[in-house]
Design a protein around this ligand. Structure first.
Ligand SMILES: *Cc1c(COP(=O)(O)O)cnc(C)c1O
Length: 352
């Protein structure tokens, strides 16, 4: 007997970066932040009253949404929270798209867009990146579709679209929904959040996983018009009406309140990103300019796969995809200065 549904048998799931435990690795393969979250999060956890956990959480994550609204300069009613921006992305497919018209995204981008489109039976319209890895927004605007998923900065290339260019694009497609996936935006600083009150067709998504060093606690959010936020809430209430747990809400609100720490760790990552990129260029790699917390490096003296495999033997995990367009490259997360020095030392050894 095969009890699996057709979906379970046939869809291709997302494959996350390896989480290996066979030895200690310098882990530069899943774009986690190398620094711990704000020390205030530690204080909160130590003082947390377990009795609070006997109650269901606030279903709409009220206190957290208020803190997000303050931080982002939008109204609380413009904010929707989920268990990681992956869940918010999932709900967005259910809320805004169906089988009648395609969604459009780049050929090289976050691979979950395609997984979710297939899951929900939404056709896809794939737009190739330009040769320099930038997104062809003008070409995309002309494509027949109901909306767009734009990772900005893009993954795994790190390319960023400046705010003014995003605004021109959003204004040029008023009938289509533009989802700006800003998972890495804090490492760039060109967020579309300020446009949320101005464009009905804009939904911005952010996460606590990257710049806030909270990938383990699973929280992300969307900013959009009241109607868009309402659409996400309707879909949430059809699946899981209490998505963000109480502890997670408290931790994320606490991390948001410590702006100084957030901005300090982001600045450290950005400075290291520029240093490591210069070193990789000097080693002969092609490395597009990155606005995120990782670098896309390749076309050097060894193939992407060999770099990945040899680094793994040397105790450094980076991300490699055996796919056309991607297999010449590896994606390398920016670590601490010590981790990055270890990476560079191993790369020099491999190339010599
Ligand atoms: C990491 C990432 C996300 C998802 O982050 P969550 O951990 O689910 O909040 C979404 N989009 C992109 C482009 C990412 O890299």
């Amino acid at each position: 007997m095969n009890f699996l549904s057709e979906k379970a048998r046939t869809l291709s799931p997302y494959t996350a970066g390896e989480q290996l435990a066979d030895k200690r690795y310098v882990k530069l393969n899943t774009n986690e932040n190398p620094y711990p979250p704000s020390p205030r999060v530690g204080e909160l956890l130590r003082a947390y009253d377990p009795a609070a956990l006997k109650l269901y959480p606030s279903p709409e994550a009220d206190a957290l949404r208020e803190q997000i609204a303050l931080t982002e300069g939008v109204g609380k009613e413009n904010v929707f929270c989920g268990n990681g921006s992956d869940e918010v992305l999932f709900l967005s497919f259910a809320a805004f798209f169906d089988g009648t018209r395609p969604v459009c995204f780049a050929d090289i981008t976050y691979s979950f867009y395609e997984v979710y489109a297939n899951f929900f039976g939404v056709p896809v319209n794939i737009a190739p990146l330009k040769a320099d890895f930038s997104m062809d927004l003008q070409g995309m605007a002309r494509r027949d579709c109901a909306g767009y998923y734009i990772a900005n900065p893009n993954a795994p290339t790190g390319a960023g679209v400046p705010l003014a260019e995003m605004e021109r694009f959003i204004a040029s497609v008023p009938e289509k929904l533009v989802v700006a996936d800003e998972a890495y935006m804090d490492f760039y600083g060109e967020s579309c959040a300020s446009l949320v009150g101005k464009y009905e067709n804009l939904l911005v998504m952010k996460t606590f996983s990257k710049s806030y060093s909270l990938a383990g606690i699973r929280c992300g959010y969307a900013l959009g018009s009241v109607k868009l936020a309402e659409g996400l809430r309707r879909m949430k209430d059809c699946m899981n009406s209490y998505p963000v747990d109480s502890l997670c809400q408290a931790v994320c609100a606490c991390a948001l309140r410590d702006r100084m720490y957030h901005d300090k760790t982001v600045a450290l990552v950005v400075a290291e990103r520029e240093r490591v990129r210069a070193e990789l260029l000097a080693l002969g790699f092609t490395v597009p300019e990155s606005k995120a917390n990782f670098l896309f490096a390749g076309r050097g003296k060894k193939s992407g796969e060999e770099i990945y495999r040899r680094l793994k033997e040397e105790g450094v995990l980076v991300r490699f995809w055996n796919k056309p367009l991607l297999r010449d490259f590896c994606r390398i997360t920016v670590g601490t200065r010590e981790e990055n020095d270890f990476l560079l030392q191993k790369l020099k050894k491999i190339l010599s």
